[in-house]
Design a binder for this molecule. Sequence first.
Ligand SMILES: Cc1cc2nc3c(=O)[nH]c(=O)nc-3n(C[C@H](O)[C@H](O)[C@H](O)COP(=O)(O)OP(=O)(O)OC[C@H]3O[C@@H](n4cnc5c(N)ncnc54)[C@H](O)[C@@H]3O)c2cc1C
Length: 528
Amino acid sequence: MQRDELATRNADAIIVGGGVAGLTAALKLAPHPVILLLNAPLGSGAATGWAQGGISAAMAPGDSPQQHASDTLSAAAGIADAAIVALATREAPRCIEDLMALGVRFDRMPDGGLALGREAAHSVNRILHIGGDGTGAGLMEALITAVRACPSIMIAENFAAEELLLNQGRVCGVIARATGQADAEPVCLRAAAVVLATGGIGGLYAVTTNPAGCTGAGLAMAANAGAKLSDLEFVQFHPTAMNIGVSPAPLATEALRGEGAVLVNELGERFMVHEHMAAELAPRDVVARAISRQLHGGHTPYLDCRTAIGESFKDRFPTVFALAAASGINPSTDLIPVAPAAHYHMGGIATDCNGRTSLPGLWACGEVAATGLHGANRLASNSLLEGLVFGARAALDIAAQCGGARDPAPLICRPKFQSYDAPELAPLAQRLREIMSRYAGVVRNENGLRRALMELDDLMLEAGQRSARITNMLIAARLICAAALQRHESRGGHYREDYPATDPAQQYRSFFYPSGMDAQQHEARARA
Ligand SMILES: Cc1cc2nc3c(=O)[nH]c(=O)nc-3n(C[C@H](O)[C@H](O)[C@H](O)COP(=O)(O)OP(=O)(O)OC[C@H]3O[C@@H](n4cnc5c(N)ncnc54)[C@H](O)[C@@H]3O)c2cc1C
């Protein structure tokens, strides 16, 4: 698609991002015309396609949305929004049925019943899979087929959003640029609704499981526009990324531990037994810290699948098998070296149950949003679910408003940045990632976080306004460090070695109001 063609298109909504959340929103908005803006070709660049574990939903006899909600709340370390949790777990079975209607073929037992797996901190088997560990790929295939066949969706691949357009306090469009061209001219797209579905922030860390483009662009754009943000300090580190010198680090899915794989060090010690009564099935943050301690103590942690899974590994976990085999590891017979990697952001743009942000005209869904579903720690396989539930709800909310009077005020489109990307700033981006891993990673403390903020500020000066991509990364990184500095306790994915205990007095979600506004001013502006 050409820039001029894009600039002249009329749409009711612009959806930024083509993972589970963005594609669901686009489909549910049909027949309203939407522009689906993607900084990569459709199907690549989205974490969704990489999901191995599955999607959670209470579909088993004997399971219930209430039980699913209870497990979600337990994992969330006391600060999930109970109403949102109840809503998401209640809507989960219907989302699965919607996917089946779309042609998704979930794995089944020989008797035809759904084959439901188990993952850490789920009290019953409720994880649905597509093609074993290929759930994300299977999900994307079905959504993409439907999106390509949907005439109301205009797909704009390889265009990155870099700024939100505001008109009298209302979000009314985005500024985007073609990727991969140093001199690409900005294009201003206008619509009554903008949906940010740009995914997570793993790419801000040196070791991550996320696709390289998951660098918090949506979070930074929303912050720049003054949207309310929430729970930014809570980053989940996947405990068992394969530590084989590959970036992004391939994931040894949690389902392996669900099937009985154990963690050992080079001495053969099963160290999780001493860490938590659930041993390898302890919450992710507990496992991540234990592995981190092993690494800092000079040990080499491994995932041992030899006994529990053994020869059946290749058939049951073909994706993980192929990833390991590419580095010369045969998980049926070899130990898999593992390390924690930035994996999932619980925090993001604060939204209500319909994906509405604090800014009129702006919705957010999927990993970039903070609905309150995950609290301080996400329950495994709840994030694809979140994208399905809230992508659909945002779409229905927008659809209910479409057809209303458009804001007639003229639009001023003055891009802040000289380019989307500036290849000469690649070393600066790498420094940013190292700062984040060192100071805002699995274990944090006040000195480190202050140092991170200072170093990020230096990088911000160095970067100037040359690259939207890099400045947005710096803004997102800065926000995470600032939020981590403010929470003087350890809870869920946020561990402070200077405040190692969980403090009952701090059992609340954090909210952050950019632009120096306090909560009251912000609410007043949102109402105006
Ligand atoms: C390896 C791995 C395994 C996982 N396994 C599971 C699992 O088993 N179960 C589970 O529930 N969750 C899992 N997760 C988490 C889950 O995959 C994600 O949270 C979820 O897919 C996020 O969906 P999303 O639609 O919000 O974002 P994504 O799927 O990441 O999509 C983001 C989209 O935004 C686009 N984008 C980003 N920035 C811009 C920009 N500036 N302009 C235009 N487009 C932009 C990207 O190209 C992409 O299309 C896993 C994550 C990873 C990385």
